[in-house]
Design a protein around this ligand. Sequence first.
Ligand code: ZN
Length: 190
Amino acid sequence: MIRKTFLSVAAGAALVVAPITAGPAAAAPVTGDDVTPAAVTVYYDASGAPSYASQIRAGAANWNASVGNVRLVENPSAATLDFYEGSDPSGSYAYTDGHGNGYIFLDHTQMGQYAQVRITAHETGHALGLPDNYSGPCSELMSGGGPGTSCTNAHPNGAEASRVEQLWSGGERTRGELRRIGEEVPAAAF
Ligand SMILES: [Zn+2]
């Protein structure tokens, strides 16, 4: 609206130079925004996966130790992210929009094969917006089952933490399309 007003003035004014230089100057505060918003909280509910509640909490704690723009807090009454456990031939997965909404399914078979906190932290990474990268090294959390069952790393690496910080830099909760994230055939998995 402001810019349009300037243009209208410019179109009707004999002196065009001053209104045109006012355009970029007015836009500067938008691109120069360096306000640091408070951390966004994602509330989760581990009660649907009682066998793995401590592992879910440990995975969340690993994320909280690595990022500052989003905090994971256990609070069933306010939860937008729910954990469940059971048996599924396609393994563990996240059904999420990557904005802290949806649910995470923990497969009993996989939880018996791979490092359990690596699985819970990995699936939580999906809920925070990260995709799978099965070909990555063990030091990368989102490589999931790619590095094999001997990989026990349950912490995001620097690049993963930076990406989540970037994704949550807006300082407010948003919603997106919920979709299933995980290997359909558990060759590498989760
Ligand atoms: Zn995954």
